[in-house]
Design a binder for this molecule. Structure first.
Ligand SMILES: O=C(O)CCC(=O)C(=O)O
Ligand SMILES: [Fe+2]
Length: 325
């Protein structure tokens, strides 16, 4: 198995035919693998390096400073090491609490934003560390860069589904996103088999863009059931789709289970960016032939709050933890 590599250079240069070619490649990626790399994506390596450095600085703080930012109902803030268990994970095994700590940021809304004032869930203000100069600016710069890349890919997603290039644009005028900075300490060689850096799961997102550092550990489960390690090629970003993409495409595009095990003997950091449509966007599954969908239309907050309940109650549904949000 090779994870497809999409070269965005021609698209960015406006080369005729580039969008069509990439659309076909993306369609293949999402019907066969569920993950793809992008290269020539336009995000500066220096910006990624500085963002990793910021993630290391964040996690190097004393625990008290991090716990002051404890994750809240908006899924913003700090989640301690082993603070989340994937109760019943995507492959039906019961795992130990995840061996990572993470901090989550969303679009940096001002306190007087109408959605913040209205107390809308997932529309809270960010929780920033008090004593890390430059940290906030670095996170905001990374969010802007990832958001720009994600938006630039929407026409490719549309063409991959046989839709007009501008199809998705109205759904993404003020998109939801979450930047996660994860720290995976070394797992002991003696740690039990069912301890993971992050247990097998599906992302909830429409699109996840993953900047990895050079420490391996991520693997994905192919449709054959086989787990394969994801390489971390220099300069490439890894992109996958989550449950929102799968649902919106009427199950035509894959949401592929993945997991992290860090037995590298080194500290591992990862910075996934979870990207979704506008808070109010109504996403009706897009069927192949335009026929009515089997699943109802849904919004981001309905999906994020509803599926956990559904998973809790219905034993036969796919069970996954809230990831990234
Ligand atoms: O650390 C990684 O490489 C992937 C992390 C991940 O799958 C997630 O945070 O959802
Ligand atoms: Fe994930």
């Amino acid at each position: 198995m090779t994870i497809p590599v999409l070269d965005l250079g021609p698209l960015r240069a406006g080369t005729p035919g580039a969008l069509e070619a990439l659309g076909a490649e993306l369609r293949h990626a999402f019907t066969e693998v569920g993950f793809y790399f992008v290269r020539n994506h336009g995000i500066d390596q220096a910006l990624l390096d500085a963002t990793f450095e910021a993630a290391e600085r964040f996690h190097a703080q004393p625990l008290d400073a991090k716990l002051a930012l404890r994750i809240n109902e908006h899924n913003i803030g700090y989640m301690p090491l082993r603070g989340a268990t994937t109760r019943v994970n995507a492959v039906g095994e019961v795992a130990l609490p995840n061996a990572n700590e993470a901090v989550f940021f969303k679009r940096d809304l001002p306190p007087d934003h109408p959605d913040v004032r209205a107390g809308l869930r997932f529309r809270g203000v960010n929780q920033w560390p008090a004593n890390l100069p430059g940290f906030r600016d670095q996170v905001l710069a990374a969010c802007d860069a990832f958001e720009g890349l994600a938006l630039s890919l929407l026409p490719v997603y549309a063409r991959a589904l046989g839709l007009a290039p501008g199809y998705f644009a109205p759904f993404f005028t003020d998109p939801m996103y979450t930047l996660r900075m994860s720290h995976y300490p070394q797992q002991e060689p003696t740690a039990p088999e069912n301890e993971f850096g992050i247990a097998p799961h599906l992302d909830t997102s429409f699109m996840t863009i993953l900047a990895q550092n050079r420490i391996p550990g991520l693997s994905l489960r192919l449709t054959t059931g086989e787990w394969v390690d994801a390489p971390a090629p220099e300069g490439a970003l890894l992109i996958n789709g989550g449950m929102m993409l799968r649902r919106w495409t009427d199950n035509r595009f894959l949401a592929t289970p993945h997991r992290v095990i860090n037995r590298s003997g080194r500290e591992r950091y990862a910075i996934p960016f979870f990207f979704d449509a506008n808070y109010t966007a109504v996403m009706a599954p897009i069927t192949a032939d335009g026929s009515p969908a089997r699943m109802p239309a849904i919004t981001y907050p309905e999906f994020m709050t509803g599926y956990q309940r559904a998973n809790f109650h219905h034993a036969n549904e796919e069970k996954v933890e809230l990831q990234g949000a």
